[in-house]
Design a binder for this molecule. Structure first.
Ligand SMILES: [Zn+2]
Length: 330
């Protein structure tokens, strides 16, 4: 498919961080208006010589400063749906860590409310959505637990699931067993970042904890037992090629495991991770895997259907999305 067709294709995205996806114009205007600061594009996007995930994560400091007041949070919720609509994304799950937006005195509850208000305004763009709440690696368990507890009231009215984000190398999955057992008990569906930095064990742990999807899951490459487990349990895999190259989760596209995952019958999906930090769109990611590793048009459509299947949308929404993808006219 050429890029115009890819852009028009009805799409579903499951792995998109709000802070890493604030459009550059939005961050520039917000920080110059509030703090008279000049922000350049290169301050927001990762450098080509990025060494690892830890360095990649440094790029989130500036956007996070836009997410400390209700106005910024609302505008961010609106901004992400506007961007999604531009490339005909029909449904998106947007994730963020509300506890990182409490530096100016907002409560977690107020933070989530503000983002949902902004998304409500953005409904006019016609993109359906859910929010996912991220616990953060390296932060106190109590802080993560309190955040999930505060987010409960929004379950099934804008919030659909919980995630674990941050530096996976330093903070493996094993330290978060109790937290995610509790999260499931609270009613959250789980999608967990695991296997982004080489650890297949983290993926195994995440599945044992009841994760319905794995964020990245690169370390599943070559692990037939683990792939079998994913197939049996219907676990989805959220791949983000540009981001995975930037964080050195893979060294080159030749080694990118998407082809292996598709051939193995895994429920693979394609995502941006961070539109602004990574400098990509979902259309760009689709084009990339078509041109570099020979993903076919049929496989593109299959990945969209996979995304619907493993999404946390309600059944009615899933049925409609499947129809829209089948019609290919949005
Ligand atoms: Zn991510």
């Amino acid at each position: 498919m050429d890029v115009h067709k890819l852009r028009r294709l009805p799409k579903v995205e499951l792995h998109c961080h709000l802070d890493g996806s604030l459009s550059p114009d939005f961050v520039k205007e917000y920080l110059s208006g509030r703090f008279h600061e000049t922000v350049l594009e290169r301050d927001l996007q990762v450098e080509p010589d990025c060494r690892d995930l830890a360095q990649y994560l440094e790029k989130f400091a500036l956007p996070l400063r836009c997410l400390q007041e209700p106005e910024g949070l609302q505008a961010a919720g609106y901004d992400i749906l506007r961007q999604a609509a531009e490339e005909n994304i029909r449904y998106i799950e947007v994730r963020f860590a509300p506890q990182q937006s409490t530096h100016e005195g907002l409560t977690v509850r107020e933070v989530i409310r503000a983002v949902l208000d902004g998304m409500e305004k953005g409904k006019k763009f016609g993109v359906r959505y859910n929010l996912l709440l991220c616990a953060m690696r390296g932060r106190p368990e109590e802080e993560n637990w309190q955040m999930l507890q505060a987010g409960r009231e929004f379950l099934d009215c804008g919030v659909a699931g919980a995630d674990l984000a941050g530096d996976e190398k330093r903070y493996p999955m094993a330290g978060y067993r109790q937290l995610f057992q509790d999260a499931r008990g609270m009613g959250y569906s789980l999608t967990l970042h695991a296997g982004e930095c080489g650890s297949a064990e983290n993926i195994r742990e995440a599945i044992q904890l009841g994760a319905r999807r794995i964020g990245h899951g690169i370390a599943m490459a070559g692990q037939s037992e683990l792939q079998k487990l994913c197939r049996e349990k219907g676990v989805g895999v959220e791949l983000c090629p540009t981001s995975n190259l930037q964080t050195r989760a893979v060294n080159s596209l030749d080694r990118y495991p998407l082809r292996e995952f598709l051939d193995a019958g895994l429920l693979a999906t394609l995502n941006t991770d961070n539109r602004t930090v990574s400098g990509c769109t979902l259309t760009h990611e689709l084009e990339l895997v078509q041109s570099s590793i020979g993903v076919t048009d049929g496989e593109i459509v299959r990945m969209m259907q996979n995304a619907v299947q493993v999404s946390f949308a309600d059944e009615t929404t899933k049925e409609r999305l499947m129809e829209e993808i089948a019609r290919k006219d949005g």
